[in-house]
Design a protein around this ligand. Structure first.
Ligand code: FAD
Length: 428
């Protein structure tokens, strides 16, 4: 017989994916605990994460359904900047990009996008803030942070987590959302397939003289992609990918030298450009967990798959994991099944593994194809971009992919919210 546990679901990792999963499952009526090793106040500090994320149209619909998009609004302004168009081109620092390029326009997929942009750019600090507000307002979510899990043990009815201060907590299901170096994944003995890409990404925010008109630019330079991503106002988030040695050298430049290097890559289409935020540097690699599930355990977000930011999809994949997980738990409950059993968790893995695997490998192939200066490859990829640009069905396929509207989408990604539950009691 199933003994009652403290929570339906305990989520280790209160990052962007863990918190979204917590909200999705809580709004579906489950009793959730979110455990994070860091202090929530430290995570909300502006210096915690300088990145901004491209949130695909479907992912943003999910954020609306969860009420997170509302929490991104301050006064009359929202912190979500629309991406109306994307220009992909190939080039060389200090030179004009090749005219053989690929241009995506939201208007070209109006019928599936219902007039929405291709996605939205949101600074991670703003998204984290909105998620903290929403999770704090949700009565059936308990924050357990800062706290350090040191052990967990599953049995026939629950999984029990032991903390380093001697506490124990139990749940029907444990969710690992503790990022690339997932402690829970390691403790469960789940290995990863990992491969390096010999690149680091420098991230900062710039202000520019001329409006960007919601156009995202992905310029492929020989050392890696250089992305100019439209934020609200006359601001853009920069993701500048380099070899580790060149990235370290760029990080060591003084402000004027750094601004000059940025300007060399930007050109002058946005007028004068100047950095307005600190620089962050992220080592890049690929990794994929050998399985997403264990005994009463499921891995989501970067704990399950860590990809290159070339297509701005890592967080989006994590959001799709969160939406699929919530739906599978809802179905299990509706059928009177235990939410932590292998039968239930297999459904999650089957739903998510193909999408995650396909995108992880597609990002790897694109990065290898574009991050080099090999003559024949350079010509082939420029022709490839121009060819896709001239073939509307292919162009539309890539646009639908970028806006997250392909495959079997769970209800949240179609913008359907669960009837919001606010009670503190477990529904099981
Ligand atoms: C340069 C760059 C640009 C990117 N741009 C985009 C983009 O435009 N669009 C996009 O979709 N994706 C983008 N990504 C990917 C995206 O940032 C990640 O996929 C996403 O942040 C992963 O979120 P997560 O919650 O799974 O993991 P994390 O953000 O790593 O969160 C993990 C959480 O777990 C906690 N934790 C860690 N260890 C423990 C422990 N032992 N116990 C308890 N808690 C623990 C941490 O404190 C943290 O809160 C980008 C990535 C990079 C590097």
């Amino acid at each position: 017989m199933k003994t009652k546990s403290d929570f339906d679901v305990l989520i280790v990792g209160g990052g962007l994916v863990g918190l979204t999963a917590a909200l999705a499952c809580a709004q579906a009526g489950f009793k959730i605990g979110v455990i994070d090793i860091a202090k929530p106040a430290d995570q909300l500090d502006d210096t915690h994460d300088g990145r901004a994320s491209a949130i695909a149209t479907a992912s943003f619909r999910m954020m609306r359904a969860l009420g997170v998009a509302d929490a991104l609004v301050e006064g009359d302004n929202t912190h979500a900047g629309p991406i109306n168009q994307i220009l992909v081109s190939d080039g060389q620092a200090g030179e004009a990009p090749s005219p053989l390029n690929l241009f995506f326009d939201a208007a070209q997929i109006e019928e599936v996008n219902a007039g929405e942009p291709l996605g939205y750019m949101v600074e991670n600090r703003r998204m984290r803030h909105a998620l903290h507000i929403q999770t704090k307002n949700q009565k059936n979510i308990t924050w357990i942070a800062p706290a350090r899990v040191c052990h967990f043990q599953a049995d026939a009815s629950k999984t029990t987590l032991s903390f380093d201060d001697g506490r124990t907590l139990s749940a029907s299901l444990l969710v690992a959302a503790d990022g690339r170096n997932s402690f829970v994944r390691k403790l469960a003995g789940i290995g990863v397939t990992a491969w390096p890409c010999n690149q680091k990404a420098i991230v900062t925010t710039v202000e520019h003289e001329l409006p960007h008109d919601g156009i995202a630019h992905e310029l492929f330079l020989p050392s890696g992609p250089f992305a100019i991503l439209p934020l609200t106002g006359n601001r853009a988030s920069i993701v500048w990918t380099e070899t580790p040695r060149a990235a370290d050298a760029a990080m060591a430049l003084d402000n004027d030298q750094f601004a000059a290097e940025l300007a060399r890559r930007f050109g002058d289409f946005l007028g004068k450009v100047w950095p307005i935020a600190p620089r962050w540097c992220y080592p890049l690699s690929f990794q994929h967990a050998k399985t997403y599930i264990g005994e009463r355990l499921v891995l989501i977000g970067d704990a399950a798959h860590g990809i290159h930011p070339i297509a701005g999809q890592g967080f989006n994949l994590g959001l799709r994991d969160a939406a699929a997980l919530a739906e599978i738990l809802v179905q299990a409950r509706a059928e009177g099944r235990d939410i932590g059993t292998e039968f239930t968790l297999d459904k999650f893995e089957n739903w998510r593994k193909f999408d995650n695997t396909a995108l992880t490998h597609a990002c790897d192939v694109f990065n290898r194809l574009f991050s080099n200066n090999v003559g024949p490859l350079k010509h082939a990829r420029r022709l490839g971009l121009a060819t896709v640009d001239k073939l509307p069905p292919l162009r539309e396929f890539f646009m639908k992919e970028a806006s997250g509207q392909v495959g079997d989408l769970p209800p949240l990604l179609r913008g359907k919210s669960y009837e919001r539950h606010h009670g503190a009691e477990s529904s099981l």
